[in-house]
Design a protein around this ligand. Structure first.
Ligand SMILES: [Ca+2]
Length: 275
């Protein structure tokens, strides 16, 4: 069983309080989750925040894939939800996904506002342990889903077995429908992003840097010294990783800063094929 599955099957009913203060908060559950699946203290694997809504900007790229919410996005098992808060809760909310559909999301969470309460650190805070709940994509008391943090699959004991991978080189082909879905998704994201380009400029640059760093790491892996068989296995592993994502997820993973370039390149290739 992966560490992710192990956490999901053992955390309900536990008092998760890795920071040791302010009772049992929603962020405590996610900090505990990060420590558990990565084996790294939450201060490094998740990062300190004033409120849950700040997690998207703080959680390190090294451990998490940040996916900002877009219309039609459905989280997957193991994602960490980050809600932006509302007038009744300025801190936002966070929880770990068990399952999701287009209407709601089943989570394991703690809730800093939930009864029963305990008196600690000079005030009353929640003492309700980790529990299951169903959240909406936007709801009173936690606001709208701002995005998710997806644990990097290569860090949490995925099921891919290097030894048994069959080195059969394949081309990464996308169907015309998949290409179209990606184009439409990227295009709609660009329109959204242009509207708030200024405030998000810094995020774009960071995402682009992270993307370039990852590609360089991938390239480094493929030119490992060694036998042809090793290289083929590595290539197959990267291929399998790409195939784990749906077109919608690929869209979400493309940094905004290079989205236009991707569109241009795809348009050029399609133009050449059709011309
Ligand atoms: Ca706490």
């Amino acid at each position: 069983m992966s560490k992710l599955e192990s956490w999901l099957s053992t955390s309900v009913g536990k008092r998760l309080d890795p920071d040791g203060h302010y009772g049992l908060q929603c962020v405590d559950a996610v900090d505990h989750y990060g420590e558990f699946i990565f084996g790294v203290p939450w201060s490094q694997s998740v990062g300190g925040v004033r409120g849950a809504k700040d997690l998207l900007g703080v959680a390190p790229d090294k451990y998490w894939i940040r996916i900002d919410y877009f219309h039609g996005f459905v989280p997957q098992r193991g994602d960490v939800l980050v809600y932006g808060g509302d007038s009744s809760n300025e801190w936002g909310h966070t929880a770990v996904v068990e399952s999701a559909d287009g209407i709601g999301i089943n989570v394991i969470q703690q809730d800093g506002f939930a009864a029963p309460h305990q008196f600690v650190d000079g005030n009353w805070y929640s003492s309700k342990p980790a529990h299951r709940a169903r959240l909406a994509y936007a709801g009173r008391g936690y606001g709208a889903l701002a995005g998710v943090l997806r644990p990097r699959p290569e860090l949490i004991g995925s099921d891919i077995n290097y030894q048994s991978a069959t080195p059969t080189p394949q081309e990464d082909e996308l169907s015309a429908a998949e290409v179209n879905e990606i184009l439409v998704g990227v295009d709609s994201r660009l329109k959204n992003q242009l509207a708030k380009a200024d405030e998000r400029q810094r995020d774009h640059e960071e995402a682009t840097r992270a993307y370039v760093r990852d590609r360089i790491n991938d390239l480094g892996t493929t030119v490992l010294d060694g036998t042809q068989a090793q290289e083929d296995v590595t290539r197959q592993y990267l291929h399998d990783r790409i195939k784990q994502y749906s077109p919608a997820e690929i869209v979400a993973l493309i940094p905004d800063g290079i989205a236009q370039k991707v569109l241009d390149e795809l348009a050029e290739r399609i133009g050449k094929t059709n011309g």
